[in-house]
Write a protein that binds this ligand. Sequence first.
Ligand SMILES: [Zn+2]
Ligand SMILES: [Zn+2]
Ligand SMILES: [Zn+2]
Length: 170
Amino acid sequence: MSSLAESILETQNNYEQRFNCAVCLCPKLHMVYGHCQHNFCVDCLYDAGGNIRTSMIKCPTCQMDRAFPKTRPDIPDDNLEMMRCLGIQSCENKGCDVELWQWELEDHVRSCPNRVTTPKTPYSRPHIKSESSTSTKKAKKESVASPPTTRQSGNVVLRRLRSFRRSSLL
Ligand SMILES: [Zn+2]
Ligand SMILES: [Zn+2]
Ligand SMILES: [Zn+2]
């Protein structure tokens, strides 16, 4: 492996470690910030009934007592949007609540157990009417070249562009 690729990977790992939930070590959209500035995901902090788990009454990182709300708080949309800007994505497949890093999403989608196989829609080229006014009397030859239309990866590019714009707003 080249040293550049290595350093990119290292940076990526540091980044992930910094923003992952420190308990389950996963990227999560729903994070709760404690008084001590440490943050954990709601699944690790609260039980199914929305009450704080006994192991989390003290912050597991710094041991601060009651650093987090006793009951599960509502996470504002702004916070979710911020986590998305950091690169945390949720799988879009119905019934799949996997949350992961943007750069892991492609691999996951390929093997997602809830993957829906979308039927292929046949791509139909717009019919171009060819003008039948080909006069060879004059020396001037008109060659009308229609630009090739590449639509196949348009959506992907658009999505990348959008997420890029979004992240550059920070
Ligand atoms: Zn967690
Ligand atoms: Zn703490
Ligand atoms: Zn999935």
